[in-house]
Design a protein around this ligand. Sequence first.
Ligand code: GUN
Length: 300
Amino acid sequence: MSLIIDGKKIALQIKDELRAAVADLKKHHNTVPGLAVILVGNNPASKVYVSMKEKACAEIGVYSEKHLIGEDSSTEELIGLIETLNKSEKIHGILVQLPLPGHMESKKVIESVSLSKDVDCFHPYNVGRLLTGEPVISPCTPAGIQELLLKSGINPEGQHVVILGRSNIVGKPLFAMLCQKSKGANATVTLCHSRTNDIKKITSAADILIAAIGKPNFVKADMVKNDSVVIDVGTNRISDKASEKGYKIVGDVDFEDVKGKVRAISPVPGGVGPMTIAMLMKNTVNACVSRIKATGRKQQ
Ligand code: GUN
């Protein structure tokens, strides 16, 4: 019997711990962690993600602000808002939901977020710190995957981890995290992408396979090793006439095909998704704690 990794349950445990930490910050420092979420345009999937992030803030007592910006706003307008939030005392974390509309300069936008409020860990400085093994903050989805593995009793140390997908949000930062000489990492990591030759040969050699390639049901049973671990990061909408909404969400892994062959597998939904949000909450609370420590030092 394969272990079905319950990301929802693990995320709930993490949020319970964070709720207690938030109450403690209020009691001892009279400070409430605050997160600002910016959504540009009307991307339906982004709208769902943003409302899930707001809900998580409410659940653990984090203050949240949602800023909705019109699809045709300029890069300068968006950066203007970010600069205001950079200065806000109430805000400890700023998240700009990606993707931005095509006309916007995403790089400039990401670089305008204050380093200490970059709860996504998208700023090139924070990405660099991650690569050199001196992270100030950890990116939400990769950190959620690492936590999901460790809390399920699966240690990547010494294992061959194969990552499918080289995105800046998942594949590349996850590679940087898992190859570090540190606890919960120390893995041998192979990164595959759309131009990789003979992907099946590589995925079949993985002790831990992490699929973040954005292709519905891409990973089949004949691509995985017996008794390996499979983590599915995909969130793909595919049409489903039987559903009221007309679509359903599936991962990058053909769950029904693969689940009988592996030792453990994370489902979609209910696997990595809830962990990403739990890690965002953790980063926001940590950013608040860091601010308290920094201002305390200044006052001394
Ligand atoms: N779009 C898809 N995933 C993410 C994420 O983790 N953070 C942000 N800001 N945008 C995203």
